[in-house]
Design a protein around this ligand. Structure first.
Ligand SMILES: [Fe+2]
Ligand SMILES: [Fe+2]
Length: 143
C-alpha cells in the first residue's frame, strides 16, 4: 500500500492531495496493525474509527468542492462515498457483535484496497480534472 500511495496524491488540487495523504496515513496505521495481528477488539475499533472519521471529513470536503464548482458528476460521486460509508459502518457494527477479528480485518482490507483504487481513478480524478479546468479558466480560486 505504501509504495502505491504517491500516484494517488498527485491530483494537482492541493486540498485534495493533502487530504489523501492524511487519509492514507491513517489507513496505513490501521493496515499495519492488521498485518502484525496486534489488534484486540478495542484497538481495532479505535484504529478503524480513527480512519473512518477522517474518511468522513474527506468525503464531506470533496462533496462541498463539487457543489461550489457545479460539478456535473456530483450525484454519482456522492453515491460512491455513501457506499463506502455504509460498508465501513457495517464492519464497525460487525466488530461490536463478533470477536472474529481476522475475518473482519480480511474483509476490510479487501474492500478498502479495491474500492480506493477504483474510486480515486474513476471518480476523484474526474472531479479534480474539472476543478483544474475551472481554476485555469479563472472561474474558481484554487482550493
Ligand atoms: Fe471521492
Ligand atoms: Fe478522495
Amino acid at each position: 500500500m505504501n509504495d502505491g500511495n504517491e500516484k494517488w496524491i498527485k491530483t494537482g488540487i492541493a486540498l485534495v492531495d493533502e487530504q489523501h495523504r492524511e487519509y492514507f496515513r491513517r489507513l496505513n496505521a490501521l493496515l499495519d496493525k492488521i498485518e502484525k495481528a496486534e489488534l484486540g477488539e478495542l484497538d481495532f475499533k479505535k484504529y478503524l474509527d480513527y480512519f473512518r472519521s477522517y474518511a468522513v471529513v474527506h468525503f464531506d470536503t470533496e462533496e462541498l468542492l463539487m457543489r461550489i464548482s457545479s460539478f456535473p458528476g456530483l450525484e454519482e460521486h456522492v453515491k460512491a462515498h455513501a457506499h463506502f460509508r455504509e460498508n465501513i459502518e457495517r464492519m464497525s457494527d460487525d466488530l461490536s457483535l463478533s470477536n472474529d477479528i481476522p475475518r473482519i480485518a480480511g474483509e476490510l482490507k479487501f474492500f478498502v484496497f479495491g474500492w480506493l483504487e477504483e474510486h480515486i481513478n474513476s471518480y476523484d480524478l474526474k472531479m479534480t480534472g474539472f476543478l483544474k479546468e475551472k481554476v485555469e479558466a479563472g472561474n474558481l480560486l484554487p482550493p
